[in-house]
Design a binder for this molecule. Structure first.
Ligand SMILES: [Zn+2]
Length: 260
């Protein structure tokens, strides 16, 4: 459906990002979620719906849970931050799928996040080279948002500072809930026997994100130029400091595979 709607829009000469969004209506997202939940229900397979961008999608998850299906869902920070009102000013750098939707959809996502129906909010960090984004027609641009560097800052600002989320719920959403859902026994909480993966956040510490501050290989992000109201000042991975605000990132690769 979205392919055909996209072809028709392009044939009409449409090129704006908001016009791309209109070719991916909410019902197409909901239909895909419903279908996946149906298979989960028939097979008994646990399922986690990634990147839900509309409250109607969450409502399908709520309904299925009431019927006993082992289903959870997440949303992304960019769906909680941008709306269709911002999109044409930013252009293809804010293109993703499912697309960023309107204010009403965003309000619904916040409501379901606070109520615990959306268990986590993630980056879906999807980088690409600039030439793939640098298109005059948004329909031709590559879809995906680079946000992982600033997502925790932004989410702390938007959820805790602007909307009054408790610190406990904030920690549950970014750490505890995903660790439990994905059965990662050494992650998700501060406890004896778990990895000392810690972040230290300085609240009410405003900065404007600049392109040159990005640590990405491809230095662009829809958050460039935005004022962000909190800042991670130190990050520990398994007890080792890997980032400090003054000295920057320790780029030694330290990732390890975690068996579920
Ligand atoms: Zn993704």
């Amino acid at each position: 459906i979205t392919d055909i709607l996209g072809q028709q829009a392009k044939a009409r000469g449409e090129s704006k990002l908001s016009q791309y969004v209109a070719t991916r209506p909410v019902f197409t997202e909901v239909e895909a979620i419903r279908r996946a939940i149906f298979f989960a229900k028939q097979t008994g397979c646990p399922i986690h719906i990634c990147h839900v961008a509309c409250p109607e999608g969450v409502e399908e998850v709520i309904k299925a849970r009431q019927e006993g299906v082992n289903v959870t869902c997440e949303t992304c920070i960019h769906y909680l931050y941008f709306t269709t009102d911002n999109l044409d000013a930013i252009g293809p750098i804010a293109k993703c799928s499912p697309p960023i939707r309107d204010q009403q959809a965003q309000d619904g996502l916040w409501k379901y996040l606070f109520a615990g129906h959306i268990i986590t909010a993630v980056s879906d960090h999807s980088p690409c080279t600039y030439d793939l984004k640098n298109k005059t027609n948004a329909f031709d641009a590559w879809g995906g948002i680079s946000g992982v560097q600033n997502n925790v800052d932004i989410f702390f600002d938007e959820a805790v500072q602007k909307r009054g989320m408790s610190l406990k719920q904030f920690a549950d959403i970014i750490a505890k809930n995903p660790a439990e859902r994905y059965n990662l026994p050494t992650k998700g909480s501060i406890q004896v026997g778990k990895d000392a993966d810690l972040i230290f956040i300085k609240p009410h510490s405003h900065y404007v994100l600049k392109e040159q501050d990005l640590e990405y290989r491809n230095k662009f992000s829809p958050y460039v130029g935005r004022q962000i109201g909190a800042q991670v000042v130190q990050t520990l991975l398994r007890g080792k400091t890997i980032y400090q605000i003054d000295s920057g990132i320790d780029s030694t690769p330290r990732g390890t595979f975690i068996r579920r």
